[in-house]
Design a protein around this ligand. Structure first.
Ligand code: ZN
Length: 503
């Protein structure tokens, strides 16, 4: 039934596609949806752009056209025959606004839980995870991410703990559960010198037959007949905008697309596998209202999507799911000037930026002078910001700001608003949002993901498609507490802590 014309050659992608890791060109064949024949997938690739609001996708698409001369693969894919599109409700057990651990756990267990936990109900019962169930059934499993490997989104497919911050326990659970391919950041949760219990987890992984790697070069030559753990940074991998401006990082650290390609080469030797790929730092950039950080990482995520689409073309028994776990900050290109005609000129400034907010804030220092703040902004973005605006930002470094909307009471939220004058991008805040999220599916089983779906449906569909009859326990949604009706001074403190973002 796969006789349709090649979407990729129609869109010009066949010429534009790059092989990434080896630099070899990849010719993309006709896309094969396999979505209407009722067949079950032998392989599942679940891609997550963490914390991607629709405005992030939109702006990354426009930026991609400016810096790559083509749209995102994801947006082009939406018109492909056989591709199924959905909106998904990601709410958690205690809030319409989910965090990443409750979101990933809903996919990874089929049960809604409270924000901050990983596959554990509020009464303490652990849920059996997707990767345990599929592992028992003989599926190989992989986790690839730009965050720490033990971060919420990868953990939600394989681990069960009371608090998402329990990275050391999560690192042990991956080993106990034998997840076959682990690529990302977060050495500190595995290394004896940084673990609180001083356990050498790398030695334990080696004992179990894993190839342990720490650099891009080691990943390039890792043997395909082994299980893998690759950690390429002490914490998260760098933001793409910083990576693109640092030749040393490019030598040492693989991109998300490069890790994804290698993971598929390894897992692809098996008859059945599931791989989660997370562009995790889109979320972090939005927690700092950093437009260029978010949009560059969304483009890097799209390069991983392209690798997976290439794989799906060559292996049509693969179900491809592309989605996000929640909105974050809801950035948008606002209409500016007569007839909104100023917006394109403002947006065009984005591509001149050379550093993430994380790097800019590091270069400013903890309590910078107004001159220092201005110097870093000019050097990193080209924005010759008026001193009057800098003077309004400066008090937030000393926690002396007082915005009308309390959720904007932080340096990053104010820096984001300030840069909106130059880039045209406005933010709702620097927190997750309750927005329904887009989901795109391609391949056998894709038709199950049509329309308006619930986050927990994803787990049940994966079970059905794998021919497994399994359900975890669930609990009823928590009811709203009318007593907590207005923002307190502490309301801007979010579930995830800032130290994870400000690296
Ligand atoms: Zn998230």
């Amino acid at each position: 039934m796969n006789t349709r014309r090649s979407f990729l050659s129609r869109s010009g992608l066949a010429l534009a596609a790059s092989g990434g890791f080896t630099g070899a060109g990849v010719q993309l064949a006709a896309a094969k949806d396999g979505g209407a024949d009722g067949a079950a997938p032998q392989k599942i690739i679940h891609l997550v752009a963490d914390g991607m609001s629709m405005g992030t996708l939109t702006c990354a698409d426009y930026l991609s056209q400016q810096v790559r001369g083509r749209s995102l693969v994801w947006t082009q894919l939406l018109n492909q025959k056989g591709v199924v599109n959905a909106l998904m409700n990601m709410r958690s057990l205690n809030s319409q606004v989910t965090d990443s651990s409750a979101a990933s756990s809903s996919w990874g267990s089929g049960s809604r839980i409270v924000n901050g936990a990983v596959n554990q109900l509020p009464d303490g019962r652990n849920l059996k995870t997707l990767y345990e169930v599929l592992g028992d059934a003989g599926w190989k499993r992989g986790l690839v991410t730009t965050t720490e490997l033990t971060h919420a989104t990868p953990a939600g497919f394989a681990a069960a703990v009371a608090k998402r911050g329990m990275g050391e326990t999560i690192a042990e659970q991956y080993l106990e559960r034998g997840v076959e391919v682990l690529l990302g950041g977060g050495r500190k949760h595995f290394d004896s010198s940084t673990r609180t219990d001083k356990k050498d987890l790398y030695a334990d992984y080696l004992k179990k037959g894993y190839t342990v790697m720490q650099s891009k070069a080691e990943l390039e030559k890792a043997p395909l007949d082994k299980t893998w753990i690759g950690t390429f940074s002490d914490s998260h991998l760098p933001y793409s905008v910083d990576y693109l401006n640092d030749a040393d990082l490019q030598k040492e650290v693989p991109t998300l697309a490069q890790m994804t390609k290698r993971a598929l080469q390894n897992l692809g030797q098996s008859d059945r596998f599931i791989l989660q790929v997370e562009g995790g730092r889109v979320d972090h950039a939005c927690h700092t209202c950093d437009a260029i950080g978010a949009f560059r990482d969304q483009i890097a995520f799209d390069e991983a999507v392209e690798q997976c689409l290439t794989y799906q073309n060559e292996h049509p028994e693969t179900l491809l799911i592309i989605t996000t776990d929640h909105g974050n900050g809801n950035p948008g290109l606002n209409g500016a000037g007569p007839g909104y005609g100023q917006s394109p000129a403002l947006f065009a400034h984005l591509k001149e930026a050379t550093a993430s907010f994380s790097v800019m804030l590091k270069n400013m220092g903890r309590t910078p002078s107004a001159e220092q703040i201005r110097k870093v902004i000019v050097e990193s973005t080209g924005y010759k910001v008026p001193m009057s605006k800098v003077d309004q930002l400066a008090p937030y470094f000393e926690k002396k700001g007082d915005p009308l909307y309390s959720l904007l009471n932080s340096v990053v939220a104010q820096l984001g608003q300030l840069m909106g004058n130059h880039w045209g991008i406005g933010w709702s805040a620097n927190m997750h949002t309750a927005d329904y999220v887009p989901l795109t599916a391609l391949g056998p089983g894709a038709e199950k993901f049509r329309g308006f779906i619930q986050n927990t449906d994803v787990f049940h569909h994966y079970m059905a498609l794998a021919g497994i009859d399994f359900k975890n326990p669930t609990m009823p949604l928590m009811v709203e507490n009318p007593a907590v009706g207005t923002l307190s001074p502490d309301s801007f403190k979010r579930v995830e802590d800032y130290q994870n973002v400000m690296v």
